[in-house]
Design a protein around this ligand. Structure first.
Ligand code: NAD
Ligand code: UPG
Length: 436
């Protein structure tokens, strides 16, 4: 099939490359010339395991290209919209400026029978509004909403073989035709038995935000238990293991620590609440405010633990390991690690940070940040070491080797990812979250 992907960021670049890998002819369209140049040259403009390989292979087949020229969409019959929907500055609402601009830009290039497929995460009601524009244009095109559930760090695998597909389509013949087109796009995964749910626009939009709200709630639940564990001397990690054995609860997403960040969960729960307010459902979704608050308190807790260890943060030297919001990503959008660094610097500490992939993105977002080229350089001479992203290379650090580099043997394990027994045996004072 001939496909255009509008917006080639963390989601769209992967989607475009994977669709070409599946055998489709794909043009990726973005307003960012640098991104388009990089992608066209086979270089992923961000760190995502497996993406460079898929990209290079797809470019070599000639089935994938990138451009800033929206008129290239005229060659395609299926148009995925994957532009950003960030939090609006000064409010919790999703900023739909980019989605609106993408649809506006696309309308003149649509033809009879084309399918426009929204992938961006949007507030419920957006698709119905945009369908009016798409169908109102003389093109005779249809709109579907097909939310995306990929995780950064696993984006290629999640795109090629997702847990499920959700199609939000209009009723009647147009919906049946849209479903048939999406089935053809995703034929490879569907052939392996991937479930697909065909529904209306509102349900499709809500599936996406409710999935993220549930994941965020699960993380904040265990972080609330971490607060209780801290007040009682209990161990939240053992608690998570024990309740996680109950298949109805499950152990996944019960890792207590610094909490959730990234370009999705934080802004999506806020936008969901804001949409709830518009719908008169303030009380219904107010618990998401608590989910957010619990999450943000964990960042303060790491700062407090560090202060307790070093005495006074003013003048302290802190070595920070990890800046990305999660391992296997260079994404620092709403990164808890970066937030902690900012708070430490505000309190007068001298911070040197290292992340295997996110030094550059973090420095772009926080230009005053001091980064180092290695973990060893970050911790050299430190009064305390903070592990804020659980990269494998940090989990596998040899505490005896770190002990020879630091000024004081103190470590705050912000992700409960270190072997506390081994670090204590090497002479370290160890603090975790929700652990005695
Ligand atoms: N990142 C993820 O893991 C993920 C997963 C599922 C869903 N989502 C959702 O997907 C959407 C995109 O997220 P992202 O993380 O890829 O964002 P991103 O900021 O990385 O990418 C957005 C891209 O859209 C481009 N763009 C903006 N306006 C444009 C326009 N008018 N025409 C063409 N391109 C335009 C930007 O230049 C940028 O490259 C969001 O709604 C997000 O919530 C993201
Ligand atoms: O037990 C856990 C699990 C995760 N996290 C944190 O939660 C955040 C989000 O992690 P994850 O969900 O793995 O990353 P994302 O790539 O942001 O993916 C989420 O957001 C995407 C964008 O909407 C969705 O597509 C995915 O399904 C959804 O998992 C990260 O900061 C993690 O460190 C925890 O603190 N504890």
């Amino acid at each position: 099939m001939r496909i255009s992907v509008i917006g080639c960021g963390y989601l769209g670049a992967v989607h475009a490359a994977c669709m070409a890998e599946l055998g489709h002819d794909v043009v990726g369209i973005d307003v960012d010339q640098h991104k388009v140049d990089e992608l066209g040259a086979g270089r992923a403009p961000f760190f995502e395991p497996g993406l460079p390989e898929v990209l290079t292979k797809a470019l070599e087949t000639g089935r994938l290209r990138f451009t800033t020229d929206m008129s290239a969409a005229a060659e395609a019959t299926v148009h995925f919209v994957a532009v950003g929907t960030p939090q609006t500055k000064g409010s919790f609402n999703a900023d739909l400026t980019y989605v609106d601009a993408a649809i506006d830009g696309l309308l003149p290039f649509l033809s009879e029978g084309d399918l426009v497929v929204g992938k961006s995460t949007v507030p419920v009601g957006t698709a119905a509004r945009l369908a009016g524009l798409v169908e109102g244009a003389k093109s005779g095109a249809t709109l579907a909403w097909n939310p995306e559930f990929l995780r950064e760090g696993f984006a290629v695998q999640d795109t090629v073989s997702p847990d499920r597909f959700v199609y939000g389509v209009p009723s009647g013949d147009a919906g049946a035709a849209a479903t048939a087109v999406l089935d053809e796009v995703y034929a490879t995964a569907l052939a392996t038995g991937t479930p697909r749910i065909v529904t209306d626009y509102a349900t499709a939009e809500l599936v996406k935000v409710s999935a993220n709200a549930f994941l965020a709630t699960k993380i904040s639940f265990i972080n609330a238990m971490a607060e209780v564990a801290e007040a009682t001397g209990a161990d939240v990690t053992q608690l998570a293991d024990a309740i996680g054995h109950d298949a109805r609860i499950g152990r996944k997403f019960l890792n207590a620590g610094l909490g959730f960040g990234g370009g999705c969960l934080p802004k999506d729960i806020r936008a969901f609440r804001a949409r709830g307010d518009e719908l008169g459902l303030h009380d219904t979704l107010s618990f998401l405010g608590e989910v957010d608050a619990i999450n943000l308190r964990r960042r303060e807790r790491v700062v407090t633990l560090t202060r307790e260890l070093v005495g006074d943060l003013d003048g302290a030297t802190i070595g920070v390991l990890g800046l990305a919001f999660k391992p296997n990503s260079d994404d620092v959008r709403d990164s808890p690690a970066l937030d902690v660094v900012t708070k430490l610097v505000e309190a007068g500490a001298t911070v040197t940070a290292f992340d295997p992939e996110a030094n550059e993105t973090a420095t772009r977002s926080l230009p005053t940040l001091t980064t180092s080229e290695t973990a060893e350089d970050a911790v050299r001479g430190a009064d305390a070491v903070l592990v804020l992203t659980e990269w494998k290379e940090f989990r596998e650090l040899d505490p005896a080797a770190v002990a020879t580099l630091v000024a004081h043997k103190r470590v705050v394990d912000g992700r409960n990812c270190l072997d506390a027994v081994a670090w204590r045996a090497a002479g370290f004072e160890v603090r975790g979250l929700g652990r005695p």
